[in-house]
Design a protein around this ligand. Sequence first.
Ligand SMILES: *[C@@H]1O[C@H](CO)[C@@H](O)[C@H](O)[C@H]1NC(C)=O
Ligand SMILES: *[C@@H]1O[C@H](CO)[C@@H](O)[C@H](O)[C@H]1NC(C)=O
Ligand SMILES: *[C@@H]1O[C@H](CO)[C@@H](O)[C@H](O)[C@H]1NC(C)=O
Length: 580
Amino acid sequence: MKYVLVSGGVVSGVGKGIIASSAGLLLKTIGLKVTAIKIDPYINVDAGTMNPKEHGECFVLKDGGETDLDLGNYERYLGLNLTRDNNITTGKIYKHVIEKERRGDYLGRTVQVVPHVTNAIIEHIERVSRIPVDDSGSEPDVCIVELGGTVGDIESMPFVEALTQLRHKAGKGNFINIHVSYIPIVNGEQKTKPTQHAVKSVRSAGLIPDLVACRCERPLEKVTIAKIAQSCQVEVEQVVAVRDMPTIYQVPILLEHQGLLELLRQQLVLDKVVLTPALVAKGKTIWKKWNEIIPQEHADKINIALVGKYVELPDAYLSVVKSLEHSAMRCGRKLNLIWVDSEELEDKTQKSDPVAFYKAWHEVSTAAGILVPGGFGLRGTEGMIKAAQWARERKTPYLGICLGMQIAVIEYARHVCHKANATSEEFDAQAENRAIIFMPEGSKDTMGGTMRLGSRETHFQAGSEFSKLRALYGEALVIEERHRHRYEVNPDMVEELEKAGLNFVGKDDSGRRMEILELKDHPWFVGVQYHPEYLSRVLDPSRPYLGFVAASAGCLDRITKDALKEKTLVVNGALDDSKF
Ligand SMILES: *[C@@H]1O[C@H](CO)[C@@H](O)[C@H](O)[C@H]1NC(C)=O
Ligand SMILES: *[C@@H]1O[C@H](CO)[C@@H](O)[C@H](O)[C@H]1NC(C)=O
Ligand SMILES: *[C@@H]1O[C@H](CO)[C@@H](O)[C@H](O)[C@H]1NC(C)=O
């Protein structure tokens, strides 16, 4: 196993995750099998209970693990399905060590950070790096380990110590440390002092930076690079500059141009790794496609209105935004996302803040497509229902995700089935006309166990041949997507809704849970109970999003033809990287 450790100095939040995923992608393009581990030096054991306002989105993995957005980066760049074990936290490690101590596994000896906690960290990394995560189904060759926070934080000390030991254990040519630093510009001058200090503290902590990746707004000047090389005791080639790029998808290309792949090849002795020809060919295709997909500078914009609740914190919808970006790139368009606070669409705002009200309505009514994402709670839902009604009546493409699908159902029940007081049990537990009800998986009483979480099957129903979404899934009859919800369409109301023209084209395997709704005579009116954004990949955009953006951009026919063509190629074995 080869390890690429990506650590950070100076400040966090300068794109360590993107650099780490880009390095992984470059390794993948030469035919290596790559996996990734994210280390978060927090005490939290599980991200599911964390507040999206504080942490951004909760990302759901295939196994139902809830993590924050970083693992999503790896899945999107590397086309993997990771597990909850790919995220290590201080809390997880300590819990494990304390449980062992309670069981008496340490035979009553004193249990200490070194060696007990550090050993537990090393064991965890070694074990998890071997879990197959891609469709080859075999053990990865390289593991990217991203260490959260900055080296020198009190929290990260046990991890730094463990990684130092792991470097020694893995041996020469099997471990490389990319240290990400930041070069501020003060009065037009690129300052290297913070980087010098950061590298010094990395060295005193016992790690050896093999490569210093410098984030900077502008390209690094020659003298800056020379200064860093000299003061950090690395060669000039070991300094790479990562300047701000128009899109993050250009970062792998930027790094490749600076010789990162060559450097990895030498330092990790990659020529000795036995590669399978199929994966080498696949890697080449991935790289070619990656270079083709980068959006053109002058591409036409596509205006999409995102009608949601956490609009003040865009990170809460990170995967949604990424999925829209992937889809826009595939359509040759540039995404122009317009955030609309759903509460501003409500009648009460018309009186209290007419400026906000008319502005919000102007945005919704002029958008090429309207998206209502997932969410919880009552606030702002009346505004979402109004937006869904607008989209349905005006034939504007609509995509409803999770809550957004339920909103579309309530809207239909109210305005087409004439149940003026139809609502969701989540908004009003005593309501008479409950279009949406509480339908947990397992027990109603145990908190946490009530959520329907992780990968589940959806079956396309007889009579769904008209479905535009089904065509985009390559006419597959059974698909798998990731879920995270407690409420669902009331099965008792389904017949009435279907009679009125709302088609539930996809259901779960029991037929009781509604998974996909679609309107027939509409350019694109689709609601999905699952969260397709968790499976969107840069080169393989999520189908519900792709169809939505393509319909909004007026190119759905072409995109659908491509999807069906790709499908035949896959069946004939001509193109096996479609899953990427
Ligand atoms: C890993 O889990 C911890 C604890 O739940 C969480 O704080 C952190 O954000 C997670 N990290 C990733 C990358 O998912
Ligand atoms: C990831 O899982 C999904 C289904 O949940 C599957 O369709 C896809 O092929 C998997 N990808 C890989 C790389 O294994
Ligand atoms: C809800 O609507 C139904 C008709 O669809 C009506 O019979 C009922 O009285 C209404 N309930 C309330 C609380 O308004």
